[in-house]
Design a protein around this ligand. Structure first.
Ligand SMILES: NC(=O)c1ccc[n+]([C@@H]2O[C@H](COP(=O)([O-])OP(=O)(O)OC[C@H]3O[C@@H](n4cnc5c(N)ncnc54)[C@H](OP(=O)(O)O)[C@@H]3O)[C@@H](O)[C@H]2O)c1
Length: 334
């Protein structure tokens, strides 16, 4: 690719149901020049995350939609090529929100310098980034797990779920993962140290879950909704906590999924609380300190699913929505 070209993946159209490659367009623009107070960043990694499905839609949500004809939004790790900003120098590695493109300009707002000596820079988009922090605050602030309790999480080999189960183990809980397929389940137990992991495609998931959670479920970290939620719900104990983090199984449904049994919410006095990671911004320093130390000592493990090449971002994103990723999904751009 010529050095003066900025490749961009634009949102071409808004999907109905499951997105397709037709919703994206690869475009080229000149690499922009930074003005006073700006930096030019060359992206090294782009994060792909389930929330991007929401941004593709115009439906009202907690964040405004991506604009048709503009680069898709997304977290990025990159290197500053040129700086006209007093706080940044060429060569600094920064975490930002530069979107699906090779280069971006920034005035420094929202940029965080990374220290490559702490951990590989890609981890700032995964285990030490937004997904890791989501697991940390969702489980500890809302799930409030106590030693001996049973914590269940689906998408257990993924960016958020893998951290949820490992923190649950660190807190002395019985951690049960749910994941798509034998390979992921093996990874979740053998590598991440969960006590058990079940394949959500099994026809008898409810029965298997009952056997894996003999004392019922005290914390269900809701990552997927759909059929998994239906299997979990009857096993919730009195006063169980359900941090409602994500419902990826339902993001592409065109008709509403039958809702949870709200009578149980009343009868069992369940606390069901939705949250967005940014609600807990004040916890970021605690998270970074504790999680960085755990990653450094190997107590917190992570797996990355890295695709090479910006042009492969759309297909990789579609794969993420279908469970084809295995670990935190990233695109290596340079
Ligand atoms: N509230 C917040 O602030 C916040 C922040 C970050 C993420 N989230 C949410 O957390 C969840 C996990 O995100 P992530 O970034 O960690 O993604 P991820 O787990 O790395 O990747 C998504 C995974 O979802 C699973 N999945 C997809 N369709 C499914 C279905 N029908 N039934 C069961 N599992 C399905 C697949 O894993 P399997 O193959 O194992 O099924 C897929 O690999 C998502 O719902 C996301 O929206 C919320």
């Amino acid at each position: 690719m010529p050095a003066n070209i900025n490749r961009q993946i634009l949102l071409k159209s808004r999907p109905e149901g499951m997105p397709s490659l037709d919703n994206f367009e690869l475009a080229q623009a000149p690499v922009p020049a930074p003005g006073d107070g700006e930096v030019l960043i060359r992206h090294r990694y782009l994060s792909l995350d389930p929330y991007m499905r929401g941004r593709m839609s115009a439906a009202k949500s907690y964040a405004k939609p991506a604009e048709v004809g503009q680069p898709m939004v997304g977290g990025t790790v990159g290197e500053i090529v040129t700086s006209r900003h007093p706080k940044f120098a060429a060569g600094d590695v920064v975490l930002g929100h530069g979107g699906w493109q090779d280069y971006t300009l920034s005035n420094g707002a929202g940029l965080r310098k990374l220290d490559p000596a702490v951990a590989p820079i890609s981890t700032a988009l995964g285990v030490l980034g937004m997904p890791g922090m989501t697991a940390y605050v969702g489980l500890l602030e809302i799930g409030q797990p106590k030693p001996g309790e049973t914590v269940v999480v689906a998408a257990a080999s993924g960016a958020v779920g893998s951290v949820v189960g490992q923190i649950a183990r660190i807190k002395g809980c019985h951690a049960v993962g749910i994941a798509g397929g034998a390979d992921k389940c093996r990874f979740v137990t053998a590598e991440l140290g969960f006590d058990a992991c079940l394949d959500h495609r099994a026809s008898d998931l409810g029965k298997q879950l009952e056997a894996a959670c003999p004392k019922g479920i005290d914390v269900y970290f809701e990552n997927v909704g759909g059929a998994v939620q239906q299997a979990v719900w009857p096993l919730l104990n009195d006063f169980a906590r359900v941090p409602v983090c994500g419902l990826i199984a339902q993001y592409n449904m065109t008709t509403p999924f039958p809702g949870p049994d709200m009578v149980s919410v009343l009868r069992k006095r369940l606390l069901v609380r939705g949250f967005i990671v940014s609600d807990f911004a004040a916890k970021q320093a605690d998270f970074l300190r504790e999680a960085s130390e755990c990653v450094r000592t190997g107590r917190l493990k992570y797996r990355e699913h890295v695709t090479e090449g910006l042009e492969n971002a759309p297909a990789t994103f579609l794969g993420l929505l279908q469970g084809k990723n295995f670990g935190k999904t990233l695109v290596k751009i340079a």
